[in-house]
Design a protein around this ligand. Sequence first.
Ligand code: GLV
Ligand code: MN
Ligand code: MN
Length: 413
Amino acid sequence: MEIKNLRVNGTRLQESLEEMAKIGATPNGGVQRLTLSDEDKRARDLFVEWLKEMDLEITIDEMGSIFGKREGKNNDLAPVMSGSHIDSQPKGGRFDGILGVMGALEVLRTIHERKIETERPIVIVDWTNEEGSRFAPAMVASGVWAGALDRDWVYKRTDISGKRFVDELERIGYKGTVPAEKWPVHAYYEYHIEQGPVLEQEGKIIGAPKGILCLHWYDVYLEGEANQVGPTPMEGRHDALCAASEMILKVNELPAKMGGNMVSTVGEIQNYPNSRNIIPDKVHFTVDIRSWDDDLALKAWEEVKKDFEEIAKRRGCPIRNEETWRVEHSPFDQKLVQKVLDTADELGYPALHMVSGAGHDASYMNQIAPTAMIFVPSIGGRSHVEVENTKWEDCEAGANVLLHTILQSAMEV
Ligand code: GLV
Ligand code: MN
Ligand code: MN
């Protein structure tokens, strides 16, 4: 069979995704596979078992990322790399991340069973902790691997119960010994669901993002004064939760105030002591600001910080802001993006040039290697929710685009 007529096995891809969806399955059809949890470990174990079936050279690095390398004719040439993440959001969906790992696995299985020899090696990867919802920030393993984040800083990050990243990594048995250090990569492709409504609205099957928005994460800590809610008059209270409430609305109003293209969100909050009859004396909440325009996002933070300070002062609630994480916007390699568009066209799938509002490990990979992504539609534009869904035929279409983009790059000498 001519290589151009090669296609992935859509049924096998569906079965792998369904098998993975059982690990951490939630009652409403989603998955909860928080990073470095027991569910993450079980899914990793299954992934490694599947890699072993293809005699790949498997390595696990000191960040817990799993790499499977298939040799090429010339192993001195930089490999083509593809993958995504196995971890999920709390009450997340069955496609975010895992589609890119199972998609790359299906591509390798297809190449393996046809005994296709590529010029370059091909590496499949599962990056640890892409989501950043258990241990902030996100994309830490690709960040360390690319040299953008410090390994020991990430190791010390804690979850809400105070457990350290490094201890949890060790506990699940995935603290490898191979240094998390970049090597030359010829091309990096990440296959993912869109997580937004655009492809569906435009009636397209494949999305080729020109890049990813910047991501800026902040943590805000407020102090108030606790007291019995009944006897304490309304005047003179220092209610940390009321201060936070005003601040949260300022974050919500920020994009309209700034103009330009940005989104800003408070998604996480902890209120202490969290009792209905105690005035809250401690609040922590997060701020997430994204834009294609890094300066606009930075100005927005400066702007909202002034609002925070005014509110904190007026309510007598001291504030501390932490600038936790910043990733600049990532314009992908134009030639690789064009390759995705051309391949979709050759395979007969309508495609769209777009942007990614969601963060991906491709952001950090883009800092060290030519990078592109392949998107498929999210039904109803829903993601990071249990009802997250994508048609099986679209999963197969995206995997076919991945197959042929990988093959083209892997045949380049
Ligand atoms: C990653 O899932 C993100 O926050 O976009
Ligand atoms: Mn993802
Ligand atoms: Mn996600």
